[in-house]
Design a protein around this ligand. Structure first.
Ligand code: GUN
Length: 298
């Protein structure tokens, strides 16, 4: 049996349509146009692509997009001063500082300078604390997108064994909190986990977010399990003619996992497209909370 392939692209497209509908209602009913400011420091090619896509998607959803580009040599103080300005700008409801930042800038200091209610990435310590304690904060986009797809597939997840491979602040840790909120029994595995294969074999839900190409082997997947692959790794591979080519692979050995899983996200086209769609959704949520307007249903 081959797994159902979870189409993240289609899921994200539908969510974006829903967000555009929310924005329409906010404009018509309250004259409110949600605004997202994205700050890019330096010229990292991958970051430039992300920022371009965020800008385009924000506009397509009918929101205001404010792009701020800074030289790689910019000082931490200058960046903090821009963040302070955006914190005070009432037209800006969401602030995203694209990571990674140049080495001379303290990322944690910059993230924690963002007003928590405008932190649409959900990276601020206040927001991670709120997520951990059941409060109402901003939730990181990638794990929130994963949970939306899981809920759509599985419905009630109470009592399911969820194994998360990877303990990053951006994906692994918030993912654990979100799945706990869904009443899963959550195991966090990581690079030092012993007998990772045995841990993964118990999982009804596997979330791989470790950044190691194809670390999670296909034969570790319990028959019928749902597999969410957050990894995006560019690897070099020779084709049949011996020509070196690069291709994208996830953290899961897809070709084999697809034979065991009940459902699986592909790479690319799985989790990736959801991140921006959820970012737009978070910006609408932030705009509604900041202006005291009830968030329209999607
Ligand atoms: N760099 C890569 N992904 C992300 C993200 O989701 N948010 C931010 N701020 N930077 C990133």
């Amino acid at each position: 049996m081959s797994a159902d392939v979870i189409d993240g692209k289609a899921f994200a497209a539908a969510l974006k349509v829903g967000v555009a509908g929310q924005v329409n209602i906010l404009k018509e009913k309250y004259g409110l146009i949600p605004g997202l400011a994205v700050v890019l420091v330096g010229e990292d090619p991958a970051s430039q692509v992300y920022v371009r896509n965020k800008n385009k998607s924000t506009k397509e959803a009918g929101m205001n997009s404010y792009e701020h580009r800074m030289e790689p040599s910019v000082s931490e103080a200058e960046l903090l001063s821009l963040v302070a300005e955006l914190n005070h700008d009432p037209a800006v409801h969401g602030i995203l500082v694209q990571l990674p930042l140049p080495k001379h800038i303290n990322e944690a200091a910059v993230i924690d300078a963002i007003a928590p209610e405008k932190d649409v990435d959900g990276f601020h310590v206040i927001n991670s604390g709120l997520l951990a304690t059941g409060g109402r904060g901003m939730v990181p986009c990638t794990p929130l997108g994963c949970v939306m797809m899981l809920k759509d597939r599985l419905g009630d997840m109470s009592g399911l064994n969820a194994v998360i491979v990877g303990r990053s602040n951006i994906v692994g840790k918030p993912m654990a909190q979100l799945l706990l909120n869904e009443n899963c029994t959550v195991t966090m595995a990581h690079s030092r986990t012993r007998e990772l294969d045995a841990v993964v074999r118990r999982a009804d839900i596997v979330v791989a977010a470790v950044g190691v190409p194809e670390l999670v082997k296909g034969n570790w997947i319990k028959p019928g399990a749902t597999v969410i692959d957050v990894g995006i790794n560019r690897v070099e591979k020779e084709d049949e003619q011996g020509v070196k080519k690069t291709r994208l692979v996830g953290d899961v050995e897809y070709d084999k996992a697809v034979q065991n899983a009940g459902a699986i996200t592909p790479v690319p086209g799985g989790v990736g497209p959801m991140t921006i769609a959820v970012l737009l959704k978070n910006t609408v949520t932030a705009a509604c909370r900041q202006t005291g307007v009830e968030e329209p249903e999607i």
